[in-house]
Design a binder for this molecule. Sequence first.
Ligand code: DGJ
Length: 728
Amino acid sequence: MIVLDKENRVFTLRTKNTTYQMKADQHNVLIHTYYGPRVGDSDLSYLVRYADRACAPNPPEAGLDRAYSLDTLPQEYSTCGVGDFRLPSIEIEYPDGSRAADLRLTDWEEERGKYTLDGLPSFYGEEGETLRLYLEDRAANVVVELSYGVFEDRDLITRSVEVHNYGSASVRLRQCASLCLDFQRSDLDLITFDGCHMMERAPSRAPLRSGVQGVGSVRGTSSHQHNPFVVLCDREANEDYGLCYGAMLLYSGNFQALVEASQYDNARLVMGINPSHFCWTLEPYGSFTAPEAALVCSPRGFGQMSRQFHRAIREHLIQDPCQGERRPVLINNWEATYFDFDADKLVEIAKTAAPLGIELFVMDDGWFGKRDDDNSGLGDWTVNTGKLPGGLEVLVPRLKELGMKFGIWIEPEMVSEDSDLYREHPDWALRIPGRAPARGRNQLVLDFSRPEVRRHVYERIKAVLASADVSYVKWDMNRSLTDVYSAALPAQRQGEVYHRYVLGVYEMLDWLRRDFPHILIEGCAGGGGRFDAGMLYYTPQIWCSDNTDAIDRLRVQYGTSFGYPVSAMGAHVSVTPNEENGRITPMETRGVVAMSGTFGYEMDLSRTAGEDREVIRRQVAFFKEHYDLIQRGDYYRLTDPFQNGPYTAWEHVSPDGREALVSLVTTSLRAAPSFRTLRLKGLDPKRTYQVNGEGRWPGDVLMEAGWPLPLDLFQGDYRSLQLCLSEV
Ligand code: DGJ
């Protein structure tokens, strides 16, 4: 709910459990007064204190009032060059070379429904509300429009920023953050989600120290290394206790999330497009829209914060073509065959998969152009009829005869130098004049900032998708951007290329969804290199990591779950020993871990032993039976796999609290194991449950006293356990 106190210009955003407040002060500066657990809607500006601080500049309107300084006040959207020395949110360069932004509130508007953004992903929903605040830099004739979306039930507040140049000359936007959040305290911890290819999104937590700290990406993608999602929290916050703030950017390119702990023990979070390599020219009457950011504040620990993000993403961000139906269980041929396949081989795998209940066959990389390894073929999006005689028109009916749907892999943003596309249009690849471009996986990146490039690629891919009944597309992206220069833009606009590239990717994803609304798109970037809320708006699921080892995946999926729901995490069962790290794990355990994601298989089932096939058949049936609970239930992390304890456990609880599924995997062993008891979460303390169809166990007993783990669980490597709870 949005509460406006027009007389005092106090703007309060109220959600179920939180309050967010801003106020325009006597100089029309928009002050951030409060964000935290829900309180009444009264003016909270009494919390803002003033003092004469030596060397703190005073704006001209303050006259001789030395206690009024932009450098000490909590700002709603921080400025630059006129007195606030902390992290800026916006930096504008004018024709005379000066750089400044001095913003004062001039107007506001309230709208029903949640705003949307042209060409950019955003949370949607009629039940949301919108507040717009207009801030003006009078000297420059620039207006900054701050938009706020409020989803009351989800405790979700979204933010976006649009900059309008009403001056008579062009200006250069050197930074335009999506989010600025000031805290009148700095005794907070910062959690970021970091890693590398194959080990993405490991939480990394540290107390704020004086100065600037944070993460970002200049790789052109949100990256494997750092995720555009961060948490600031009480020092003692944990899963169930303490105040925490999650901030998520809906953006898939270069980003930056910085926190500054400043001289008077305040903290400021600024998040948005990375200003490095960014400079956007705003012509007179031109505007620029920054990507959306989203905030959830939880007064009760990380678990509640995650569950609110999960629900908000499922209900207000993802647009699922399956529309409430169950998504199919899939088999992907990548780890089964890599590039070495033909139609018969694929059909052979499908023949084994179909009777096990697997419903979708995904043909991965290698089906097009000249593509027998990763050195050639990208850009030539026509079916290789040597491998697939007669094209998809022949292959897909063969799979459908087996009762399987068909899905296909693409990597639209890339080109191999050994491809017809590159030979025809070498200038379509990103490259800096006079420099040979760096290769990554022996491929170059197409200049997706150019409409004609993405249109050409799209038309080719569209023809393939239209040639058969395709139900699923995996959109991959296997290298970072380098040599970022567009032959189609003048020198002074080269700072726009990274962002235009991302807008180009989003536009093509929009075309794909418009022309093939029934197709389920899975995002992917060398595994989880572009696992962000921006992509989730277009691709309801994202391949979480190229690492399919169940034990490493416990960590990857745990870290990912802080911001993103299970239904978004691409997860497959693969062979043992695992192809990435050689670890040997039981088939049962691999299934338990993968079914806490979108669930599928990525192995040559035609070579799988009979007893393993039987396990797979049971797994698939179990997953289908518990689909709603797993994919749409509330997710509870019961342990932290980074603590190196003897097991990792998690739990899905149905929204009505009547059902739950507990999953547990042992991760280390010793002789003479201890007796261990697992305390459950999220149950209704007053309900009574059966566990695996037996007994009567009160919810409060299971949560407070716990469930004794059988000793034989700790007799053998990486065993697993699932407990199904249902109300009696
Ligand atoms: C990287 C992806 O993450 C893999 O799953 C696979 O699709 C390969 N690319 C194919 O080149």
